[in-house]
Design a protein around this ligand. Structure first.
Ligand code: OAD
Length: 236
């Protein structure tokens, strides 16, 4: 049986399906991922730029990097694949989306049960008092209006905990899922990469490059997220 046909069957049979996405979900929107040839971490060392230490000791570099990420995001929008996942949620075929992405595209496309495990790029807050601020203030390198602290994006930096609510909700759903569909992630970042192994249900992976044969998954489809989701949607 063709891979997408089998995936369509699994989705229809499952009573509780959770989707876990990574940066490969958004490359077809024009956003680079992190570890592919043209990914962010090929040009920048995450340990010197995406850490609490970088924010505290080298704010100009930290600030430049996240301004670039925000400006790249401004020119992009969700693609067909994001809309298909939102539509599947409305039809009761998908119960929730747990994402490592900080672009907000799942919500923008209409998915409502979205757990943003690595936070959100556009939620700007003060690094000292936590007070909320706007993207414009961050881009213009303004200080926090309440305490004068440095502003930062609401993303999880290396060395920080994941947002507890998002993690607990994702874990709760994955533990009860019949199917976990993982899309566009190299599965290299802890703890999100542990989630698929925490289900008793089936696991399927859609990824452009499949390292190590996608070991541990019950089904692996090599391909682009948007294209594979569109083909699966047609069959459903
Ligand atoms: P990676 O860049 O590590 O992995 C993206 C995966 O998506 C790669 O295996 C690509 O082959 C695949 N891919 C690219 N385009 C695709 C497409 N159109 N369709 C399907 N697959 C595609 O990104 P993540 O696994 O999301 O964390 O990285 C995890 C975390 O590492 C990120 O959330 C970020 C980063 O450091 C933080 O910043 C905290």
């Amino acid at each position: 049986m063709k891979d997408t046909k089998r995936l369509a069957e699994w989705i229809k049979q499952s009573r509780f399906t959770v989707v876990l996405t990574g940066a490969g979900m958004s490359t077809e929107s024009g956003l680079p991922d992190f570890r592919s040839k043209s990914g962010w971490w090929k040009n920048y060392d995450p340990t010197t730029i995406a850490t609490v230490d970088a924010m505290e000791t080298n704010y100009p570099l930290f600030h430049d990097f996240y301004c670039m990420r925000l400006k790249t995001l401004e020119g992009c929008s969700p693609h067909q694949g994001h809309y298909i996942l939102a539509d599947w949620e409305k039809k009761g075929l998908v119960q929730s989306v747990a994402t490592q992405n900080v672009d907000g595209f799942h919500k923008a496309a209409g998915s409502s049960n979205v757990y943003e495990l690595h936070g959100s790029l556009q939620s700007i807050r003060c690094s000292l008092c936590g007070g909320l601020s706007g993207v414009k203030d961050f881009l213009e390198k303004e200080a926090c209006r309440s305490c004068g602290g440095r502003l930062r994006p609401g993303v999880v930096l290396f060395g920080e905990m994941l947002p507890q609510d998002a993690w607990n909700s994702a874990l709760r759903d994955i533990e009860r899922a019949d199917l976990v569909l993982v899309i566009g992630t190299s599965m290299q970042v802890y703890p999100a990469n542990q989630l698929p192994s925490m289900t008793k249900g089936k696991t399927a992976l859609i990824n452009y490059e499949v390292q190590g044969g996608g070991s541990g998954f019950d089904m692996v489809i090599k391909g682009k997220a948007g294209k594979v989701l569109a083909e699966t949607d047609q069959i459903i």
